[in-house]
Design a protein around this ligand. Structure first.
Ligand code: FDP
Length: 340
């Protein structure tokens, strides 16, 4: 009998137990973060269940509204947003919420306020809903700056100031990956228990990977360094093997694979979208935070992604993130372009 494996099966590390353990390392902690996280977890469980039931419950389809980015909203987007906003407000631990689905930031009424700001995309990859491809929720958490009335400046902070970030992927299983600034851990929802169980402790991204992930349909509009990098992935000049291309078109799923298998995920700038497509606060920052915490890198084409200071809540940025050595290569190409 494998006693070690058996002990693991019966001594379940749930996400709540994990966070409480972390909390006990900080005697000054009042448990606010644990309470906030339990509300995020509740939102993820609800969305997971709604995604699983989408076909049955006739949730798929347009809700007849258009979101800030001019995309048609699906019913699931609307539902997920409502669930997360309500869960976060009722936690009593938040003061500002920024959601991909809402044009303006939500300032929580004073009687329900806490000290955290949460930026999130309740259902990322929504163009994949109707065909059953993995989608996810992405979130980042900041602490409000000192005292006083909360203002937008509390969320327009560089990504490196986040206190935690994570995503939940609704795929063949429901996986929650989170970092509170000391490594990255992954939890899988056990549907029979209704609990997220630690299944991927201390995730470290391989130093170099064999996969690149990008929407190559945009290639004709790419700049020189991006085009050169992708060419090198396909036709390496040093005699090494070419990289494989994998692109799901759902950021959570593409980043999750990159985190576990290594490689690079790119959503670069192009002539049509000089700032790329992905949103800084609730896509680029949380994923960059996780990548760095797992030992990888995240770069915008100009700087370390987490150093950016956003000016607007729905700002976009190009992003290259993944294995340390792979991101180093694209950095070198941009540096060479700059020195021309
Ligand atoms: P979607 O439009 O389906 O919501 O920013 C949203 C996002 O998906 C990301 O999840 C995904 O990585 C990217 O857009 C895909 O964009 P392209 O279709 O342009 O490749």
């Amino acid at each position: 009998m494998d006693y070690a494996a058996d002990a693991q099966r019966t001594d379940l590390m749930t996400i709540t137990r994990f966070v409480l353990n972390e909390q006990s390392k900080h005697p000054e902690s009042r448990g606010d973060f644990t309470i906030l996280l339990s509300h995020i977890v509740l939102g993820c469980k609800f969305v997971c269940s709604a995604v699983n039931k989408a076909g049955l419950a006739n949730l798929i389809g347009l809700a007849g509204e258009t979101n800030v980015q001019g995309e048609e909203q699906k019913k699931l987007d609307v539902l997920s947003n409502e669930v997360f906003v309500k869960a976060l407000v009722s936690s009593g631990r938040t003061c500002i919420l920024v959601s991909e689905e809402d044009e303006e930031a939500t300032f929580v009424e004073p009687s329900k306020r806490g000290r955290y700001c949460v930026v999130f995309d309740p259902l990322d990859g929504s163009s994949n809903i109707d065909c059953g491809v993995s989608i996810g929720t992405i979130f980042g958490i900041y602490s409000v700056k000192d005292g006083g009335e909360p203002t937008l400046d509390d969320v327009l902070q560089p990504g490196k100031n986040m206190v935690a970030a994570g995503y939940c992927m609704y795929g063949s299983s429901c996986t929650l990956v989170i970092s509170t600034g000391s490594g990255v851990n992954g939890f899988t929802l056990d549907p029979s228990l209704g609990e997220f169980i630690l299944t991927h402790p201390d995730i470290e991204i391989p130093k170099k990977g064999k996969i690149y992930s990008v929407n190559e349909g945009n290639a004709k509009n790419w700049d020189g360094p991006t085009a050169k990098y992708v060419e090198k992935c396909k036709f390496p000049i040093d005699g090494s093997s070419s990289k494989s291309l994998r692109y799901i078109g759902s950021m959570v799923a593409d980043v999750h694979r990159t985190l576990l298998y290594g490689g690079i995920f790119l959503y670069p700038a192009d002539k049509k979208s000089p700032n790329g497509k992905l949103r800084v606060l609730y896509e680029v920052f949380p994923m960059s935070f996780l990548m760095e915490q797992a030992g990888g890198q995240a770069f915008t084409g100009k700087q370390r992604a987490l150093d950016m200071v956003p000016k607007k809540i729905h700002e976009r940025s190009p992003i290259f993130l993944g294995s340390y050595d792979d991101v180093d290569e694209i950095k070198a190409l941009y540096a060479a372009e700059e020195n021309k």
